[in-house]
Design a protein. Structure first.
Length: 186
């Protein structure tokens, strides 16, 4: 895609890298993408308010990720918001957030096919196609490859069966090691 320019502005692109392990990389950025200026080069400007501004080491990672995500397409990028987590912030997280924000801008302006949106896990933008809560294209492969013995775990679209079967309630009588009353033996 070398020598190409972003054809239309894309405002409100966000990327939030957040691992649910409580010790993974964390990053949050918001950016506006516009066609490049008269020079035709990619420029990334930081307009984040001073109280939320990223340290320079993370801002450089965001710039590098955005440039890589744009894949040679020239654009003017304005960082409008960012958040820093004192413990979990990492260079990897901010580079990944920038990369996904750049790819999201390309999908939003039509330079990448809409199917590419499924691969963008951390990015969001106005007008992003949402395959759920209806049909998710990636679930077809999982449903087709599911063995016959796990039919109870298929989605609700298979005739109204629950997605997860709850085991029946068991009585508490007859279990060894349990006391009948909290005050002592019965």
């Amino acid at each position: 895609m070398t020598g190409r320019h972003l054809p239309v502005p894309v405002h409100g692109v966000t990327a939030r890298v957040l691992m649910q392990t409580n010790c993974g990389p964390y990053a949050y950025i918001a950016a506006d993408f516009e066609p490049p200026g008269p020079g035709g080069l990619t420029e990334v400007l930081n307009a984040v308010p001073a109280e939320r501004r990223l340290p320079e080491v993370y801002a450089a990672c965001v710039r590098a990720g955005i440039v890589r995500g744009l894949d040679g397409v020239a654009a003017s990028v304005l960082l409008t918001d960012a958040h820093l987590h004192e413990v979990d912030a990492s260079e990897y997280g901010y580079r990944l957030a920038g990369l996904e924000a750049g790819r999201a801008a390309l999908v939003a302006c039509g330079l990448l096919p809409p199917e590419e949106a499924d691969s963008l896990r951390w990015a969001d933008w106005p007008g992003r196609p949402r395959p759920w809560p209806g049909h998710n294209p990636r679930s077809d492969a999982l449903t087709a490859s599911a063995p016959a013995w796990c039919a109870d775990f298929l989605p609700l679209s298979d005739g109204g069966r629950p997605a997860v079967v709850t085991p029946p309630e068991r009585g508490r009588k007859g279990r060894k090691g349990r006391r009948g009353s909290p005050g002592g033996r019965t």
